[in-house]
Design a protein around this ligand. Structure first.
Ligand code: FDP
Length: 349
């Protein structure tokens, strides 16, 4: 049936409304919608996410022009607290988060991979109730080759006064996280977050300078084809991990993907299913990844999407660290695929 001028106008208006609604679902608005509240706590959380978004935009802007600018790429010549060579982008991104949060009145401390001790907001700045834990650049080895990178973040409420500056309250399990997520610097910049109410993704619209909602309540498939692990470490692993890898090699339906940036690999797995592994080695059973600002935030997010994250023996969110920069092995992704790896670790098959 031909459309009357009135019904045509209505459907055009509907389409405009839908696209406007979509464009207006920014990160801060989405957090408030999720919390269904304008309380001070909700406003704080919305402002925190907005600031994390700002840090992501600043880092994305620099990365997009890195090859055109002097002094952006390459190493600083320093070695960080983890014993890793520091890249100029690591320092820049670390400083971006500090500078974005310093005057915000939202956080009292920031702790990151790049700083031995937490950064305490100076007394002349407004001091907030939250702690931001973050990995400013995840996948540093990709920085100088124009490949995907990430930032990982986690927000916790400060418990106690931390008057001795030891940040002991941060040595608690991952269930204490209030919010967590990552920013993915790929062909487009995406921000994926959870405030313990599902997992939601946003894409940076450069023409608006805003992260706009892309997908709400993302659910990870229960099983997927991808296994993501650095097989170069094969001979350093325990036999159980080697056996699992032999199993995927001889079983139809598996495919390997490993980008060198965990955020990228885990984002793929969130969308398509599968498992990411960074196991310990015989020499270093605790592995490479840090609990508080790498594995715990990603575990929090993946569990919210219906997946799982484990060290192989214990759920990542149950691990209580003994120190700020504690490392854990990580097996994370679709429920069935994580269980399969666990069965090799726990039963040898
Ligand atoms: P990077 O050290 O390069 O920042 O965060 C640790 C991490 O990257 C992950 O993003 C990545 O998956 C892994 O380490 C790469 O390490 P390997 O080179 O040992 O595989």
């Amino acid at each position: 049936m031909a459309k009357t001028p009135e019904s045509l106008e209505l459907s055009i208006n509907d389409a405009t409304d839908r696209s406007l609604d979509r464009d207006c679902t920014t990160l801060s608005r989405h957090v408030l919608q999720q919390l269904q509240s304008f309380s001070p706590d909700a406003q704080d959380l919305s402002a925190l996410m907005n600031r994390i978004g700002l840090a992501g935009k600043l880092i994305a802007r620099r990365l997009s022009r890195a090859g055109l600018m002097e002094g952006v790429l390459g190493f600083t010549g320093e070695v960080n607290v983890q014993g890793e060579s520091v890249k100029k982008m690591d320092v820049y991104a670390n400083d971006v988060f500090i500078s974005v949060f310093k005057q915000s009145g939202l956080v009292c401390r920031l702790a990151s991979e790049e700083m031995e001790q937490p950064y305490y907001i100076p007394e002349n700045c407004p001091i907030g109730r939250y702690t931001l834990l973050y990995d400013p650049i995840d996948g540093s080895s990709n920085t100088d080759t124009n490949l995907s990178l990430g930032s990982i973040f986690s927000i916790r409420q400060q418990e106690g006064t931390d008057s001795d500056g030891q940040a002991i309250d941060l040595l608690s399990n991952g269930h204490k996280q209030i919010a967590a997520g990552y920013i993915l610097y790929g062909p487009s910049t995406m921000l994926v977050y959870t405030i313990a109410n599902g997992v939601h993704s946003f894409t940076l619209d450069p023409s608006l300078g805003e992260f706009i909602l892309t997908e709400e309540n993302i659910k990870i498939p229960n099983h997927g084809p991808v296994y993501s692990v650095n097989e170069g470490n094969f001979w350093q692993w325990e036999e159980s991990i080697r056996e699992y890898i032999r199993y995927v090699h001889r079983t139809e339906g598996y495919t390997a993907r490993y980008s060198g940036a965990m955020v990228s690999d885990i984002h793929r797995i969130l969308v398509q299913g599968g498992v990411f592994l960074y196991p310990g080695t015989i020499q270093k059973p605790e592995g490479k990844l840090r609990l508080l600002y790498e594995t715990a935030p990603l575990a929090f997010l993946i569990e919210q999407a219906g997946g799982r994250a484990t060290t192989g023996l214990v759920n990542i969110l149950d691990v209580v660290p003994k120190k700020l920069h504690q490392r854990t092995p990580l097996i994370i992704g679709s429920k069935e695929d994580v269980a399969k790896v666990e069965s090799f670790i726990q039963n040898g098959h």
